[in-house]
Design a protein around this ligand. Structure first.
Ligand SMILES: NC(=O)C1=CN([C@@H]2O[C@H](COP(=O)(O)OP(=O)(O)OC[C@H]3O[C@@H](n4cnc5c(N)ncnc54)[C@H](OP(=O)(O)O)[C@@H]3O)[C@@H](O)[C@H]2O)[C@@H](O)CC1
Ligand SMILES: Nc1ncnc2c1ncn2[C@@H]1O[C@H](COP(=O)(O)OP(=O)(O)O)[C@@H](O)[C@H]1O
Ligand SMILES: [K+]
Length: 504
């Protein structure tokens, strides 16, 4: 599991570190790493380092200081370095002096004769002629949208960009972007991942991420967020062992679909069939359709005669009427872990007395998309999706999986997992039904609910990616849109992939 720390946590750890290692030494350590990675990118794209050109975009704080020191190190390797200073009077003095000593140049972003968009000729020239641009505009202390001159410089960058700490223009806490922002090919960050590297637009804008050790590790508290790694998902994914039979692996009950929406039942049941080996029971009006698609499912017409299960997946397509309500109430009273999705969530929002049906000691997972989340929370989902999910998880004492390009999984005790899909192929009708089946199957196997959601979200987005690329894992392959059935079909491939990662 990778940890993710807030800017405040990182800053506090830095202060502790500075008590044993002077701040300038730490900065040079960070900057040296930026220089090493910039040299690597220069070599990748131009075949060498010496004689290449780098433009540094330098803001008013220590982020600019990092960039200036990195420029000084690059000069020593024969790189032509020009620093474009956004606030010349506030530029990091020691970094600027080091760059100049090494033979680097510094120009003002706005002078001497700015064009109509406020950029000076020397600055425009430096950005235009660079092989690589290093973004040291703003780092951990970024506030709000980029100011106009910084925004204009960022708009002009067309060559590969290396972001120092984080891509400027991205909110460090939420990853949200408001106006122009750097789209980095590579982000070199220090001490640990920050929320903007794994959330929303920020995850995309960060490009490849290099986390550099600057000595913070011993000073970092528990991380704010967690990101699961494929290998740990693969190692934990339940597969049958020598002494297992169909019952020992957990039986999942699927209560989904209706005469109008039989597809939801087929997709959720199919996902449960493919996720784990045990047994899937289906209960609802789509029993015949489910049986015809998945003959291995034991299907009945009603939750009341479904038989014994270890967990329930409930909601997709059950409707908002009395029968849907009755189904939800029944599974909540079963004393088994429940993954409640889709109509279940709206039913809870419409009738809060349903919460009373729940056994307080039995885990509940809620999997809303943004619209369902607003109904459940009683307010719109804002830019801070992590805090929103955390608040609702605590309020309802449930694990909340908030769907989207970045999936957030919040536990009632405040732990948060993040799954960044890195693509949008799952954005297709019915793919949520597949996710529900995956989570339910993992719950039935006894996987802890917070992790079950994290494992399922990862395998779900990976399955979509594999399906879109017809099974190819070649990053250069071109994808094509898929439907939920194709995603479902790719689930075993995705499980194989994470299990392969676990083997090393
Ligand atoms: N401490 C250390 O030794 C180490 C620190 N490290 C590095 O320091 C970085 C943190 O440095 P920091 O705290 O100085 O702030 P930073 O992120 O550079 O930005 C602050 C300036 O930006 C400006 N600004 C703000 N918002 C803006 C906007 N929207 N658009 C435009 N400008 C905006 C604002 O300007 P002002 O309002 O003052 O005019 C403010 O002064 C960290 O990310 C890492 O890179 C590493 O070297 C490891 C060791
Ligand atoms: N832009 C996106 N990028 C990646 N994943 C997405 C995106 N939009 C939605 N998803 C994922 O697709 C699934 C959609 O679920 P849901 O909205 O419930 O669809 P449905 O009700 O049609 O099954 C969720 O797993 C969600 O996280
Ligand atoms: K930056």
């Amino acid at each position: 599991m990778h940890g993710v720390w807030t800017p405040d946590q990182i800053r506090a750890a830095e202060q502790q570190l500075f008590a044993e290692t002077p701040e300038p030494v730490v900065m040079r350590r960070a900057a040296y790493a930026v220089a090493v990675h910039t040299a690597r990118v220069l070599t990748d794209i131009t075949g060498g380092v010496s004689g290449r050109r780098v433009a540094l975009l330098v803001g008013a704080g220590n982020n600019g200081g990092d960039a200036l020191w990195a420029g000084a190190f690059l000069r020593r390797r024969g790189v032509g370095v020009t620093a474009v200073l956004l606030a010349p009077e506030k530029a990091h003095a020691a970094g600027l002096a080091a760059l100049r000593r090494a033979g680097g140049r510094a120009v003002s972003a706005e002078g001497p004769s700015p064009d109509t968009s406020g950029i000076g000729a020397d600055a425009a020239d430096a950005v235009e002629r660079a092989d690589v641009v290093v973004d040291g505009i703003v780092g951990l202390s970024a506030r709000g949208a980029l100011r106009p001159t910084a925004a204009e410089l960022v708009r002009r960058v067309v060559v590969p960009g290396i972001a120092v700490a984080l891509p400027s223009g991205v909110d460090p806490m939420t990853g949200a972007v408001d106006g122009p922002a750097v789209s980095a090919d590579l982000t070199v960050t220090f001490g640990g991942r920050k929320p903007c590297h794994v959330l929303g637009e920020g995850a995309v804008r960060s490009g490849e991420l290099e986390v550099v050790d600057i000595g913070l590790d011993d000073h970092l508290p528990d991380p704010e967020l967690h990101v699961l790694q494929p290998a740990e998902i693969g190692a934990a994914w339940p597969v049958p062992g020598p002494t297992d039979d169909k019952y020992t692996q957990g039986v999942i009950g699927v209560a989904a679909g209706s005469a109008t929406y039989p597809g939801a039942a087929v997709l959720a049941s199919g996902a449960a069939v493919q996720a784990t080996a045990g047994m899937v029971r289906y209960a609802g009006p789509a029993a015949d359709v489910v049986r015809s698609h998945w003959p291995e499912v034991v299907a009945t017409g009603s939750v009341r005669d479904a038989g014994k299960v270890q967990a329930w997946a409930v909601g997709p397509g059950i409707g908002l009427g009395a029968s849907g309500r009755d189904v939800l109430q029944h599974v909540l009273e079963s004393g088994r872990p429940v993954c409640a999705d889709a109509d279940s969530i709206t039913l809870f929002a419409n009738d809060p007395t349903l919460w009373d049906a729940r056994d307080p000691d039995t885990p509940l997972v809620l999997t809303p998309h943004a619209g369902e989340f607003a109904r459940l929370a009683g307010h719109e989902l804002g830019a801070d999706r992590v805090e929103a999910a955390r608040e609702v998880a605590a309020r309802f004492d449930a694990v909340v999986l908030l769907k989207g390009n970045t999936t957030i999984v919040a536990a009632p005790d405040g732990r948060v997992l993040v799954n960044d899909a890195q693509h949008s192929w799952p954005a297709t009708a019915g793919s949520g039904d597949v996710l529900t089946g995956l989570i339910g199957a993992l719950l039935a196997s006894g996987v802890e609910p917070w992790l079950a959601c994290g494992y399922a979200a990862h395998v779900h987005s990976l399955a979509a990616d594999l399906a879109a690329h017809a099974g190819s894992v070649d990053p250069a392959a071109v994808g094509a849109p898929i439907g939920a059935s194709a995603l479902l079909e790719a689930v075993p491939m995705a499980i194989r992939e994470v299990r392969r990662a676990a083997l090393g």
